[in-house]
Design a protein. Structure first.
Ligand code: 5AD
Ligand code: SF4
Length: 451
């Protein structure tokens, strides 16, 4: 039996696509190899959102090339966003790549697997079916990603995604709900709905099936067995009241939202073409928190966007202080070929960018630690994921607010348990499992107590 090895870079959409790539390859009769050395086919599912993932992929590919030099029968296949961005140029850059395919071409993997020979084969720019409709090899039985749309109609001036993932297309609500129902029957308890902009979901659907994202949340919430619903990523410009109401009213929808801010300066937000201002963003946060009091908020921040002044940057710090995010991904602006921002004057010098990223990380980490420390003393519902990564005797799981918890206790992966929080860092909580029905001790804060 031939075997494949798959390396994934990038976002959750890519992780989702990788499960489908695996599912497809296995359906075609390939087995999974544990190392690249043992594999006949080396697959890479790439990301090109910033220069760093490009470089990381190049380093991995160099290793694969060395393996292939020793064993020329190995096939190297490159999929995902970097492949889509480069198209045929990929074969010039890396002559030892045999196959390249964009994210829309996963359904065609069968065309080259088993076709024999090593003539370069590429397939790009196709989007005729959702990866969500393909067979999947899921890593975890109790958690699943569910694709609701593909592509993105936004025109953020820094972002390459619209160019590589194409125009937004919503999947039919019936197909999504059917997939979630099947997952629930298979024992899945937590789903994460995925789209480049989940909040604009449905607007492109024909009137007969048109469903808005809030309605989709309600439909998923109604499915027996689904106890947690997450979604990523929303765009603040499309986050409307019906979605907020659905979040507040649906028991399964978790008290967590990832709300990419990018910059706190309205002047910069305009140059980024985010189509909201600092004030609108803050009003949205207020509305969300008004409806969902215990909401955890995550965000993405870019520093060093062209033309960013010290004053613009300070506005970003001010908004972070005001909102007090529970978590934040921070990025140095990275020019992407073909995007408008890459051609803007006033590119920020590297030294200024690295000074700003350090300052923003310090603020983000301090606030995240403080936010996590506010959980100490509470009892949180935790979905168990398995043993802790660093200590086998301790369990690891996630709260509804999406914080990782390492805790002592006796539970199996996929169990929902109550954990008393005893300590916190900027990224994780620490605690001990409590027996069902345990009441809070004196001094403990009620609020996240689960039934
Ligand atoms: N440079 C830096 N960060 C970027 N992001 C997207 N494009 C770029 C870029 N060119 C960040 C944004 C986005 C996250 C997924 O990646 O913050 O929300
Ligand atoms: Fe995900 Fe964007 Fe990277 Fe593609 S380029 S993998 S959509 S983060």
């Amino acid at each position: 039996m031939k075997r494949y090895h798959l390396t994934t870079f990038g976002c959750q959409m890519n992780a989702h696509d990788s499960e489908r790539i695996k599912g497809m390859l296995e359906e075609l009769g390939l087995g999974e190899a544990t190392t690249q050395d043992d594999a006949d086919v080396l697959v890479f599912n790439t990301c090109t959102i910033r220069e760093k993932p490009d470089q990381k992929f190049a380093a991995h590919l160099a290793q694969a090339a060395a393996l292939k030099a020793r064993d020329p029968l190995k096939v190297i296949a490159v999929g995902g966003c970097y492949a889509e961005a480069q198209k045929e140029r990929l074969f010039e850059l890396y002559p030892y790549v045999d196959v390249a395919f964009g994210p829309g071409s996963i359904p065609h993997l069968g065309d080259w697997v088993g076709a024999g020979g090593h003539a370069p084969r590429g397939r790009f720019g196709e989007w005729e079916s959702f990866a969500g409709d393909l067979p999947a090899h899921r890593e975890r039985g109790f958690q699943a990603w569910v694709q609701v749309s593909m592509g993105c109609n936004s025109t953020c001036s820094y972002c390459i995604v619209p160019a590589v993932r194409g125009r937004e297309q919503s999947r039919r609500p019936g197909d999504i709900v059917a997939e979630v129902a099947t997952l629930a029957r298979d024992g899945v308890r937590e789903i994460t709905l995925l789209g480049q902009n989940v909040n604009s979901y449905g607007r492109d659907l024909l009137p007969a099936v048109r469903t808005e994202f809030g309605e989709l949340l309600r439909a998923c919430d109604a499915i027996d067995g689904i106890e947690r619903i997450r979604f990523t990523s929303p765009h603040p410009k499309d986050f409307r009241s019906p979605v907020i109401e659905a979040m507040a009213e649906c028991a399964a929808v978790c008290e967590h939202a990832h709300l990419p801010l990018q910059s706190g300066s309205s002047r910069l937000l305009k140059l980024m073409r985010r189509t909201y201002t600092q004030e609108r963003y803050l009003a949205l946060v207020a509305e969300l928190r008004g409806a969902i009091p215990d909401l955890a908020l995550g965000t993405d921040i870019i520093v060093g966007f062209p033309g960013e002044t010290e004053d613009d940057f300070r506005e970003t710090l001010d908004v972070i202080e005001e909102v007090r995010f529970d978590s934040a991904f921070t990025f140095v602006y990275s020019p992407r070929q073909g995007t408008d921002a890459a051609a803007m004057p006033d590119q920020v010098p590297a030294a200024v960018k690295s000074e700003r990223i350090e300052r923003v990380i310090a603020v983000v980490q301090r606030i995240a630690r403080e936010r996590n420390q506010e959980r100490v003393g509470r009892i949180e519902q935790v979905l168990v994921e398995g043993p802790s990564r660093t200590d086998e005797s301790v369990l690891r799981g996630r709260t509804r607010r999406n914080t990782t918890v390492n805790f002592t206790g006796a539970a199996a992966a996929g169990d929902l348990v109550d954990v008393r929080i005893e300590g916190a860092s900027s990224t994780t909580l620490r605690g001990a499992q409590v027996a069902p029905g345990t009441t809070l001790g004196a001094g403990a804060v009620a609020g996240a107590v689960t039934a």
